[in-house]
Write a protein that binds this ligand. Sequence first.
Ligand SMILES: [Mg+2]
Length: 140
Amino acid sequence: MKNPYVRFSPEEEEEIDLIYSRLADMQDGTVFPTIPQVAELCYRISKSKGFWEEEKAARNKAEMIALMHSELSEALETLRDDPHEVSQKASGCTVLEEEMADVIIRVLDFCHGFNLNLTKAIVRKMEYNFSRPYKYGKRF
Ligand SMILES: [Mg+2]
């Protein structure tokens, strides 16, 4: 829901409408977005919240990766506390699902922002993994 107390430029309003529209399309189950489409939306949302205000080259990639780690740590803490806890931020989801979503959102935002072809990399890495031996030759 839009905040009625915040004024946006026409361009910002257009962007916000586009984001709400795409989210609605995904939520009603009529649209099955591709990874790049979800990545673009993650990027648009984080950009709309000010996370891409500086030049891309100035963004601290290490910090962004550390924040991906932090979401995994939040997922771990959820497992330690209550793996069935209901999320207060993602309706109909557990906190574990919410935290795993946070990981993916940060990864997709990063990849879209830095023009990384995540879809190709996932497919290529799955091909490689499928060619590997049982448990990749490790004990676990
Ligand atoms: Mg989180």
